[in-house]
Design a protein around this ligand. Structure first.
Ligand code: NAD
Length: 499
């Protein structure tokens, strides 16, 4: 029987109070593996109240003490790496090596968060006026909320709560209802590491829970990662209710391949970046932009047999290169896009729609798909597909390639493959995306830098994790102080200046 996944509130597993439930699937088998409660406004309120009650003491806990809990959490994550990897794969479907890598990228944010005492250091100016000093400090916001997507069950939540917490905030995490178990396990490990009750809470649900969190008066900050329409809704609703919001949305990432590029390297990069994690990555390359027909033909010659030979399988198959998609509904959606591309006149060179995995016939598997001669008016070019579908667009020259990338409404990541420094520099300087790779297909910034896109890939302006993350989860206070040594100047009614 499918087990019921509890919320985690005030340091304990809390069963649903009897509201609606959703099915959680094992995407490789297509079978239900668990059930998740959909919190209503009252349950969401309880999670926020637990976080609000924990805030005053946690805010006053020295950053060094908070950091020591993170050090222990890091050790526990290391010790439970296999278990966390299996949990990610079981509900998401990623192959183990990919799932493990994603947990490790999340762990690196925990390592960064261990530097809290240094990251939260303020600044001091002596004698801003005679006998007057000023100092600045960064203080936590209060209760912060994280709302996360299905595609990184560990990494994206870890982009948020470790940093929010070491900065002195308390937190309510609303993970994707499709992959709820990893967040629950992470919260338990953090409690084991010594985190006081109520500092991190995990609330399951979908729109009703999210809207209750976005409008709750005790919530001060909201981090969101997911699709663009929901990111826009979260930013609009959250800011209308006085919250600080960062909302990261969808993507359509381009990789420009110049005639001077190492085409073998570019083809390798495209295989991993387009088909890794079955294309369900916000930094996946979904558009290859070939500069000139010769580059396009040479890339197709290299890519076509490899896309045809992509090996599908469940997470624990060590030979598998690609797992299933997240759900039956998403599988149908991606298949429909492939049909739309054919109707629109793109050339479907590899059609993965009939792929089957022996023993896993009910799994949500789709083989790799490769389109050539895609144009910028087509829906398969304009819209995010979020599956193993690579579109190749042919452009005559570099300028046309750069203009194509910049005209797209999404602006998450982009990449250029070239041996020419001048071209690479012109691209990285002029491209309208938040993250850029030069001969690097998936330029995901490390934990100590910050992650975020431009245009329709990010609403709000502060990127996630790294020093921008510290900025997001704190606000600045500037104190000006005078300790007079008996001098009295009398009342002053003018604006004080140094003239
Ligand atoms: P999604 O937008 O459907 O869901 C994200 C979260 O929002 C989930 O927790 C979900 O429960 C909640 N949600 C869904 N619909 C809602 C609604 N109407 N109102 C309020 N809350 C709602 O996204 P997904 O399908 O889980 O994830 C895939 C998307 O996430 C893709 O578009 C991908 O590009 C994007 N993504 C972006 C980044 C990034 O850093 N920019 C990273 C990972 C994923």
């Amino acid at each position: 029987m499918a087990h019921l996944i509890p919320h985690y509130i005030d340091g304990q597993r809390v069963p649903s109070s009897g509201g609606r439930l959703g099915d959680v699937f094992n995407p490789a088998t297509g079978r239900v593996s668990g059930q998740v409660p959909f919190a209503d406004a009252a349950e969401a309120g309880r999670a926020v109240e637990a976080a609000a009650a924990a805030f005053p003491d946690w805010r006053d806990t020295p950053p060094l003490h908070r950091a020591r809990i993170m050090f222990r959490f890091k050790e526990l994550m290391d010790a439970h790496l296999d278990e966390l990897t299996r949990l990610v794969s079981r509900e998401h479907g990623k192959i183990h090596s990919d799932a493990r890598g994603s947990v490790i990228r999340g762990l690196e944010v925990v390592e960064f968060a261990c530097g809290a005492p240094h990251l939260l250091k303020g600044s001091f100016s002596e004698n801003v006026g005679r006998d007057i000093d000023s100092h600045c400090m960064r203080q936590p916001l209060g209760v912060c909320v994280g709302i996360t997507p299905f595609n990184f069950p560990a990494m994206v939540p870890l982009w948020m709560f470790p940093l929010a917490i070491v900065c002195g905030n308390t937190f309510v995490l609303k993970p994707s209802e499709k992959v709820p178990s990893t967040s629950l396990r992470l919260a338990e490990l953090l409690t084991e590491a010594g985190l006081p009750q109520g500092v991190l809470n995990v609330l399951h649900g979908e729109r009703e829970a999210v809207d209750a969190l976005l409008t709750h008066r005790a919530v001060a900050g909201v981090s969101f990662v997911g699709s663009t329409p929901v990111a826009e809704h979260v930013q609009r609703t959250g800011t209308a209710h006085g919250k600080r919001v960062q909302a990261l949305g969808g993507a359509k990432n381009h990789m420009l391949v110049m005639p001077d590029a190492d085409l073998g390297q570019a083809a390798d990069a495209l295989m991993g970046a387009a088909f890794g994690s079955a294309g369900e990555r916000c930094m996946a390359i979904s558009v290859a932009v070939a500069v000139g027909d010769a580059v396009a033909d040479a890339l197709i010659e290299r890519l076509r047999p490899r896309v045809e030979a992509l090996r599908l399988g469940p997470a624990d198959d060590p030979q598998a290169e690609m797992g299933p998609l997240i759900s039956g509904a998403h599988l149908e959606r991606v298949r429909d896009y492939v049909a739309v591309g054919v109707q629109e006149g793109a050339e479907l060179l590899v059609d993965g729609r009939d792929a089957r995995v022996a023993g896993y016939e009910a799994g949500f598997f789709l083989g790799g798909c490769l389109f050539d001669r895609v144009t910028s008016e087509m829906r398969i070019y304009r819209e995010e597909i979020f599956g193993p579908v690579l579109c190749l667009v042919r452009v005559p020259d570099f300028d046309a390639g750069l203009a194509l990338v910049n005209a797209h409404p999404y602006g998450n990541g982009s990449a250029i493959f070239t041996r020419d420094g001048d071209t690479a520099r012109t691209f990285s300087s002029g491209v309208q995306t938040g993250m850029v790779g030069i001969n690097v297909p998936i330029p995901v910034p490390m934990a100590f830098h910050s992650f975020g896109g431009w245009k329709h890939s990010l609403f709000g302006d502060i990127h996630i994790h790294g020093t921008e993350g510290v900025q997001f989860y704190t606000r600045l206070k500037t104190v000006t102080s005078r300790w007079p040594t008996g001098v009295r100047e009398g009342a002053a009614f003018h604006m004080p200046t140094m003239k």
